[in-house]
Design a protein around this ligand. Structure first.
Ligand code: ATR
Length: 267
């Protein structure tokens, strides 16, 4: 039996086990996906121990994504983002670290026929999620405006990301009015029914991805739908980061529809 897992703290409510195990069932794989909550000081032991035990692959989540970068051999995008969320043990050298959050956002947009080459994209937020998404969008050929409540963080991130510029939230309406893609990478909309983007800036030439997936239908996405924009909810991003991890680990095409169903039935 192959064992895959998730390192994080807390991981009790993670949707990754049912999503991945639905894929194993669908493909007739003898595999399980389990969660682990190691002590923060024991992350290296946990990763190398997993390798020694023959665990086939690990996801990594909060609070370990940045620390994991120092322990594994990160591929280029993970290294630029500064965070690892997927570890592959199949090579002969040290475990390889990937960041599938960025690719997850890109595949979620691609799935909704949003083209990114040459697009003007706005990322709201310059935290961990904002970093991953900004690097991903830039790699896909978009120009990226990063707008953050704490404006200096947006400028700092924009210096690292190709074709990116940093802004405060005051400029957000103007940026969105002139953009083709907007991604919410803040937690705004999770606890309260508010949107980080002024509704009157949304328009029908826009695709809006909200990284928030609880609730699935955020105020931002409702406003975007009202404005005639293409909407992509946070479950798509969650789905495709998992799909990408599955494909890295197994080398097989993931059964996306089955994984999507397993995820959405639990949200
Ligand atoms: P994550 O890893 O999920 O991105 P994070 O690194 O803590 O979490 O980043 C949270 C992001 O949401 C930040 O961009 C934060 O803005 P600040 O850098 O100004 O803190 C943003 N954010 C959180 N609450 C917000 C709010 N009420 N309004 C606007 N932005 C908010």
């Amino acid at each position: 039996m192959d064992v895959y897992g998730l390192l994080g703290n807390p991981v009790g409510h993670s949707l990754s086990p049912p999503m991945h195990e639905a894929a194993y069932d669908e493909l007739g794989m003898d595999a399980r996906y389990v969660t682990f909550e190691p002590d923060r000081t024991a992350l290296g032991d946990a990763i190398f121990g997993a390798d020694a035990l023959g665990i086939a692959g690990l996801n990594v989540t909060i609070p370990f994504k940045q620390d994991a970068l120092e322990i594994v051999a990160p591929e280029d995008l993970a290294s630029r983002i500064g965070a690892v969320n997927t570890i592959d043990f199949s090579g002969s050298g040290p475990p390889t670290g990937y960041n599938t959050d960025a690719v997850g956002a890109l595949r979620a947009l691609h799935d909704h026929e949003v083209s990114l080459e040459g697009a003007r994209a706005v990322v709201v937020g310059a935290g961990g999620a904002g970093r991953a998404i900004a690097f991903g969008l830039a790699d896909a050929g978009a120009t990226v405006a990063i707008a953050n409540r704490t404006e200096p963080k947006a400028h700092d991130l924009a210096e690292e990301v190709p074709r990116a510029t940093g802004y405060g939230l005051a400029e957000l309406g103007q940026l969105v009015a002139n953009a083709e893609v907007v991604v919410n990478a803040t937690s705004v909309g999770m606890e309260t029914d508010v949107s980080p983007v002024p509704a009157d800036a949304l328009h029908d030439d826009l695709a809006v991805l909200d990284a928030v997936y609880r609730p699935l239908e955020t105020r931002l996405l409702r406003d975007a739908a009202d404005a005639g924009a293409t909407t992509v909810d946070g479950a798509w991003m969650l789905l495709y980061q998992g799909v990408e991890a599955f494909e890295i680990w197994t080398g097989r095409e993931a059964p996306v529809a089955v994984m999507n169903e397993a995820l959405r039935s639990r949200l």
